[in-house]
Design a protein around this ligand. Structure first.
Ligand SMILES: Cc1ncc(C[n+]2csc(CCOP(=O)(O)OP(=O)(O)O)c2C)c(N)n1
Ligand code: SF4
Length: 283
Protein backbone atom coordinates (compact mmCIF):
# COMPACT_ATOMS: atom_id res chain seq x y z
CA UNK A 1 0.00 0.00 0.00
CA UNK A 2 1.45 3.44 -0.87
CA UNK A 3 1.58 6.04 1.90
CA UNK A 4 1.22 9.83 1.83
CA UNK A 5 4.76 10.13 3.23
CA UNK A 6 6.20 7.99 0.41
CA UNK A 7 5.19 10.73 -2.02
CA UNK A 8 6.91 13.51 -0.03
CA UNK A 9 9.53 15.45 -2.06
CA UNK A 10 11.45 18.68 -1.41
CA UNK A 11 10.09 21.41 0.87
CA UNK A 12 7.90 23.75 -1.25
CA UNK A 13 9.19 27.27 -1.92
CA UNK A 14 5.72 28.69 -2.68
CA UNK A 15 4.42 31.75 -0.78
CA UNK A 16 2.70 30.87 2.51
CA UNK A 17 -1.05 30.59 1.83
CA UNK A 18 -0.70 29.82 -1.90
CA UNK A 19 -3.44 27.61 -3.35
CA UNK A 20 -0.76 25.32 -4.78
CA UNK A 21 -0.29 23.69 -1.36
CA UNK A 22 -3.79 22.20 -1.41
CA UNK A 23 -3.29 20.99 -4.98
CA UNK A 24 -0.11 19.21 -3.91
CA UNK A 25 -1.67 17.52 -0.87
CA UNK A 26 -4.85 16.58 -2.78
CA UNK A 27 -2.78 14.93 -5.49
CA UNK A 28 -0.74 12.88 -3.02
CA UNK A 29 -3.90 11.81 -1.21
CA UNK A 30 -5.67 10.93 -4.48
CA UNK A 31 -2.78 8.68 -5.55
CA UNK A 32 -2.67 6.98 -2.15
CA UNK A 33 -6.43 6.33 -2.22
CA UNK A 34 -6.20 4.97 -5.76
CA UNK A 35 -3.52 2.56 -4.47
CA UNK A 36 -0.98 3.84 -7.00
CA UNK A 37 2.68 3.48 -5.97
CA UNK A 38 5.17 6.33 -6.60
CA UNK A 39 7.12 4.28 -9.17
CA UNK A 40 3.95 3.87 -11.23
CA UNK A 41 3.57 7.64 -11.70
CA UNK A 42 5.23 10.09 -14.08
CA UNK A 43 4.64 13.77 -13.32
CA UNK A 44 5.45 16.14 -16.16
CA UNK A 45 5.54 19.93 -15.89
CA UNK A 46 6.63 23.04 -17.75
CA UNK A 47 7.81 26.29 -16.15
CA UNK A 48 6.06 28.36 -13.49
CA UNK A 49 4.98 28.05 -9.87
CA UNK A 50 2.82 25.11 -10.99
CA UNK A 51 5.83 23.69 -12.83
CA UNK A 52 7.58 23.25 -9.49
CA UNK A 53 5.02 20.76 -8.20
CA UNK A 54 6.93 17.66 -9.37
CA UNK A 55 9.96 18.84 -7.31
CA UNK A 56 7.79 18.49 -4.23
CA UNK A 57 6.77 14.89 -4.89
CA UNK A 58 8.71 11.65 -4.94
CA UNK A 59 7.88 9.70 -8.13
CA UNK A 60 9.16 9.80 -11.73
CA UNK A 61 9.31 13.44 -12.82
CA UNK A 62 10.16 15.51 -15.88
CA UNK A 63 10.43 19.30 -15.75
CA UNK A 64 10.58 20.66 -19.29
CA UNK A 65 10.14 23.91 -21.19
CA UNK A 66 7.41 26.50 -20.60
CA UNK A 67 4.23 25.39 -22.39
CA UNK A 68 5.63 22.01 -23.45
CA UNK A 69 4.07 19.82 -20.77
CA UNK A 70 1.63 18.01 -23.05
CA UNK A 71 3.91 16.87 -25.90
CA UNK A 72 6.31 15.39 -23.33
CA UNK A 73 3.49 13.69 -21.42
CA UNK A 74 2.00 12.31 -24.65
CA UNK A 75 5.35 10.91 -25.80
CA UNK A 76 5.97 9.31 -22.41
CA UNK A 77 2.56 7.64 -22.47
CA UNK A 78 3.19 6.30 -25.98
CA UNK A 79 6.55 4.91 -24.87
CA UNK A 80 5.31 3.30 -21.66
CA UNK A 81 1.58 2.94 -21.15
CA UNK A 82 2.11 1.18 -17.82
CA UNK A 83 2.80 4.58 -16.25
CA UNK A 84 0.11 6.90 -14.93
CA UNK A 85 1.16 10.06 -16.73
CA UNK A 86 0.04 13.27 -15.03
CA UNK A 87 0.81 16.62 -16.61
CA UNK A 88 0.72 19.73 -14.41
CA UNK A 89 0.66 23.24 -15.83
CA UNK A 90 -0.23 26.85 -15.08
CA UNK A 91 -2.94 28.74 -16.97
CA UNK A 92 -0.24 30.73 -18.78
CA UNK A 93 1.83 27.60 -19.35
CA UNK A 94 -1.02 25.49 -20.74
CA UNK A 95 -3.43 27.95 -22.34
CA UNK A 96 -0.89 30.61 -23.43
CA UNK A 97 2.57 29.26 -24.32
CA UNK A 98 1.19 25.73 -24.73
CA UNK A 99 -2.21 26.65 -26.17
CA UNK A 100 -1.63 24.84 -29.44
CA UNK A 101 -0.52 21.68 -27.63
CA UNK A 102 -3.65 21.88 -25.47
CA UNK A 103 -5.90 21.84 -28.53
CA UNK A 104 -4.09 18.99 -30.25
CA UNK A 105 -3.70 16.84 -27.13
CA UNK A 106 -7.49 16.95 -26.80
CA UNK A 107 -7.85 15.86 -30.44
CA UNK A 108 -5.27 13.05 -30.08
CA UNK A 109 -6.71 11.78 -26.80
CA UNK A 110 -3.70 10.16 -25.09
CA UNK A 111 -4.53 8.56 -21.74
CA UNK A 112 -2.97 11.49 -19.86
CA UNK A 113 -4.32 13.49 -16.90
CA UNK A 114 -3.87 17.26 -17.12
CA UNK A 115 -4.05 19.35 -13.94
CA UNK A 116 -4.07 23.09 -14.61
CA UNK A 117 -3.28 25.39 -11.66
CA UNK A 118 -5.50 28.23 -12.87
CA UNK A 119 -4.64 31.34 -10.85
CA UNK A 120 -5.71 33.69 -13.69
CA UNK A 121 -2.24 35.25 -13.61
CA UNK A 122 1.38 34.57 -14.55
CA UNK A 123 2.61 33.78 -11.03
CA UNK A 124 6.33 33.06 -11.36
CA UNK A 125 7.00 36.17 -13.47
CA UNK A 126 5.23 38.41 -10.95
CA UNK A 127 1.63 38.79 -11.91
CA UNK A 128 1.11 39.69 -15.57
CA UNK A 129 -2.33 39.00 -17.09
CA UNK A 130 -2.70 35.45 -18.43
CA UNK A 131 -5.15 33.95 -20.96
CA UNK A 132 -7.74 33.38 -18.19
CA UNK A 133 -7.43 36.84 -16.58
CA UNK A 134 -10.67 38.79 -16.66
CA UNK A 135 -10.80 41.64 -19.14
CA UNK A 136 -9.68 44.78 -17.33
CA UNK A 137 -7.25 42.95 -14.97
CA UNK A 138 -4.64 45.52 -13.95
CA UNK A 139 -0.98 44.68 -13.44
CA UNK A 140 2.39 46.46 -13.70
CA UNK A 141 2.50 45.65 -17.42
CA UNK A 142 -1.26 46.09 -18.00
CA UNK A 143 -1.69 49.45 -16.21
CA UNK A 144 -4.89 50.17 -18.18
CA UNK A 145 -6.21 46.67 -17.58
CA UNK A 146 -6.00 43.60 -19.82
CA UNK A 147 -7.59 44.43 -23.17
CA UNK A 148 -8.31 40.83 -24.21
CA UNK A 149 -11.36 38.68 -23.58
CA UNK A 150 -10.51 35.80 -21.21
CA UNK A 151 -10.28 32.32 -22.63
CA UNK A 152 -12.72 29.69 -21.37
CA UNK A 153 -10.68 26.46 -21.25
CA UNK A 154 -13.63 24.24 -20.29
CA UNK A 155 -15.84 25.50 -23.12
CA UNK A 156 -12.95 25.12 -25.57
CA UNK A 157 -12.27 21.55 -24.38
CA UNK A 158 -15.95 20.58 -24.64
CA UNK A 159 -16.21 22.09 -28.12
CA UNK A 160 -13.31 19.80 -29.14
CA UNK A 161 -15.08 16.74 -27.66
CA UNK A 162 -12.44 16.34 -24.91
CA UNK A 163 -12.74 12.97 -23.23
CA UNK A 164 -13.06 14.32 -19.65
CA UNK A 165 -13.59 17.93 -18.56
CA UNK A 166 -13.78 19.01 -14.92
CA UNK A 167 -13.17 21.97 -12.64
CA UNK A 168 -12.09 21.97 -8.98
CA UNK A 169 -11.12 24.55 -6.35
CA UNK A 170 -7.96 24.51 -4.22
CA UNK A 171 -10.05 25.83 -1.30
CA UNK A 172 -12.06 22.57 -1.25
CA UNK A 173 -9.25 19.98 -1.18
CA UNK A 174 -11.54 17.05 -0.31
CA UNK A 175 -13.68 17.50 -3.38
CA UNK A 176 -10.58 18.36 -5.42
CA UNK A 177 -9.07 15.01 -4.41
CA UNK A 178 -12.23 13.20 -5.59
CA UNK A 179 -12.10 15.02 -8.93
CA UNK A 180 -8.42 14.10 -9.27
CA UNK A 181 -9.24 10.45 -8.59
CA UNK A 182 -11.93 10.53 -11.29
CA UNK A 183 -9.58 12.26 -13.76
CA UNK A 184 -6.71 9.81 -13.13
CA UNK A 185 -9.05 6.80 -13.39
CA UNK A 186 -10.61 8.03 -16.65
CA UNK A 187 -9.45 6.30 -19.85
CA UNK A 188 -8.54 9.10 -22.24
CA UNK A 189 -7.35 12.67 -22.03
CA UNK A 190 -8.64 14.25 -18.81
CA UNK A 191 -8.62 18.01 -18.15
CA UNK A 192 -9.04 19.18 -14.56
CA UNK A 193 -8.89 22.97 -14.37
CA UNK A 194 -8.23 23.99 -10.75
CA UNK A 195 -9.13 27.42 -9.39
CA UNK A 196 -5.95 28.30 -7.50
CA UNK A 197 -5.74 31.58 -5.59
CA UNK A 198 -2.38 33.34 -5.99
CA UNK A 199 -2.30 35.23 -2.70
CA UNK A 200 0.60 37.45 -3.77
CA UNK A 201 -0.32 38.75 -7.21
CA UNK A 202 -4.05 38.18 -7.70
CA UNK A 203 -5.89 40.33 -5.19
CA UNK A 204 -9.29 39.84 -6.90
CA UNK A 205 -9.75 36.06 -7.24
CA UNK A 206 -9.00 35.29 -3.59
CA UNK A 207 -10.06 32.24 -1.52
CA UNK A 208 -13.02 34.28 -0.27
CA UNK A 209 -13.97 35.48 -3.75
CA UNK A 210 -14.15 31.87 -4.93
CA UNK A 211 -15.84 30.57 -1.75
CA UNK A 212 -18.65 33.09 -2.31
CA UNK A 213 -19.21 31.84 -5.85
CA UNK A 214 -18.16 28.21 -6.29
CA UNK A 215 -20.84 25.53 -6.18
CA UNK A 216 -20.98 21.85 -7.15
CA UNK A 217 -22.89 20.66 -10.22
CA UNK A 218 -26.15 19.24 -8.89
CA UNK A 219 -26.78 15.54 -8.28
CA UNK A 220 -28.34 14.02 -11.35
CA UNK A 221 -26.30 16.25 -13.66
CA UNK A 222 -25.58 14.22 -16.82
CA UNK A 223 -21.93 14.59 -17.96
CA UNK A 224 -22.65 12.81 -21.26
CA UNK A 225 -24.80 15.69 -22.54
CA UNK A 226 -22.32 17.77 -24.51
CA UNK A 227 -24.58 20.75 -25.23
CA UNK A 228 -25.64 21.07 -21.59
CA UNK A 229 -21.98 20.75 -20.56
CA UNK A 230 -21.09 23.60 -22.91
CA UNK A 231 -23.86 25.72 -21.45
CA UNK A 232 -22.65 25.10 -17.88
CA UNK A 233 -19.04 25.79 -18.88
CA UNK A 234 -20.10 29.28 -19.95
CA UNK A 235 -21.38 30.04 -16.44
CA UNK A 236 -18.86 32.38 -14.76
CA UNK A 237 -19.28 35.36 -12.47
CA UNK A 238 -21.64 35.38 -9.52
CA UNK A 239 -21.85 31.55 -9.69
CA UNK A 240 -19.02 29.26 -10.74
CA UNK A 241 -19.79 25.53 -11.13
CA UNK A 242 -17.34 22.83 -10.06
CA UNK A 243 -17.47 19.13 -10.87
CA UNK A 244 -17.32 16.83 -13.89
CA UNK A 245 -18.85 18.78 -16.76
CA UNK A 246 -18.32 16.31 -19.60
CA UNK A 247 -17.15 12.74 -20.24
CA UNK A 248 -17.04 10.51 -23.29
CA UNK A 249 -15.57 7.18 -24.37
CA UNK A 250 -13.25 7.84 -27.28
CA UNK A 251 -10.42 5.51 -28.31
CA UNK A 252 -7.12 6.62 -26.85
CA UNK A 253 -4.07 7.51 -28.93
CA UNK A 254 -2.25 4.41 -27.60
CA UNK A 255 -5.07 2.22 -28.89
CA UNK A 256 -4.92 3.83 -32.32
CA UNK A 257 -1.18 3.93 -33.12
CA UNK A 258 -0.54 0.67 -35.03
CA UNK A 259 3.10 0.14 -33.91
CA UNK A 260 2.28 0.27 -30.20
CA UNK A 261 -1.26 -1.08 -30.19
CA UNK A 262 -0.07 -4.53 -29.13
CA UNK A 263 3.04 -3.58 -27.15
CA UNK A 264 4.34 -0.21 -25.87
CA UNK A 265 7.78 0.90 -27.09
CA UNK A 266 9.59 0.03 -23.85
CA UNK A 267 8.54 -3.61 -24.23
CA UNK A 268 9.56 -3.90 -27.88
CA UNK A 269 12.88 -5.37 -28.99
CA UNK A 270 15.41 -2.67 -29.82
CA UNK A 271 18.23 -3.43 -32.23
CA UNK A 272 20.63 -0.53 -32.93
CA UNK A 273 21.96 -2.37 -36.04
CA UNK A 274 18.50 -2.82 -37.51
CA UNK A 275 17.62 0.82 -36.76
CA UNK A 276 20.85 1.92 -38.49
CA UNK A 277 20.03 -0.24 -41.54
CA UNK A 278 16.53 1.26 -41.75
CA UNK A 279 17.82 4.83 -41.43
CA UNK A 280 20.47 4.25 -44.08
CA UNK A 281 17.69 3.68 -46.61
CA UNK A 282 16.98 7.42 -46.38
CA UNK A 283 20.59 8.60 -46.86
C1 LIG B 1 8.69 30.39 -23.97
C2 LIG B 1 8.80 31.13 -22.65
N1 LIG B 1 8.14 32.30 -22.52
C3 LIG B 1 8.20 32.97 -21.35
C4 LIG B 1 8.94 32.47 -20.29
C5 LIG B 1 9.00 33.25 -19.01
N2 LIG B 1 8.13 32.69 -18.00
C6 LIG B 1 8.60 31.84 -17.06
S1 LIG B 1 7.43 31.41 -15.94
C7 LIG B 1 6.27 32.36 -16.72
C8 LIG B 1 4.88 32.51 -16.17
C9 LIG B 1 4.28 31.28 -15.58
O1 LIG B 1 2.91 31.51 -15.37
P1 LIG B 1 1.85 30.35 -15.38
O2 LIG B 1 2.15 29.41 -16.49
O3 LIG B 1 0.49 30.94 -15.36
O4 LIG B 1 2.17 29.55 -14.06
P2 LIG B 1 2.20 30.00 -12.52
O5 LIG B 1 3.59 30.52 -12.26
O6 LIG B 1 1.15 31.05 -12.36
O7 LIG B 1 1.89 28.74 -11.82
C10 LIG B 1 6.81 33.00 -17.84
C11 LIG B 1 6.07 33.93 -18.73
C12 LIG B 1 9.63 31.25 -20.47
N3 LIG B 1 10.31 30.66 -19.47
N4 LIG B 1 9.53 30.60 -21.66
S1 SF4 C 1 3.40 34.02 -6.51
FE1 SF4 C 1 1.30 33.30 -6.37
S2 SF4 C 1 1.29 31.34 -7.44
FE2 SF4 C 1 3.41 31.83 -6.96
S3 SF4 C 1 3.80 30.82 -5.01
FE3 SF4 C 1 3.21 32.92 -4.56
S4 SF4 C 1 1.01 32.80 -4.19
FE4 SF4 C 1 1.59 30.92 -5.26
Amino acid sequence: MPTFEAYEGQVPAWCPGCGNFQILSSLKQALVELDIEPWEVLLVSGIGQSGKLPHYMKCHTFNGLHGRTLPVATAAKLANDALHVIAVAGDGDCYGEGGNHFIHAIRRNPNVTLLVHDNQIYGLTKGQASPTSDQGTRSKVQPFGSLSEPMNPLALAISLDCSFVARGFAGDPRYLKELMKAAISHKGFALLDILQPCVTFNKVNTFKWYRDRVYKLEEGYDPSDRLKAFERALEWGERIPNGIFFKNNRKTLEELVPVIREKPLVRQKFSPEETKRELEKFY
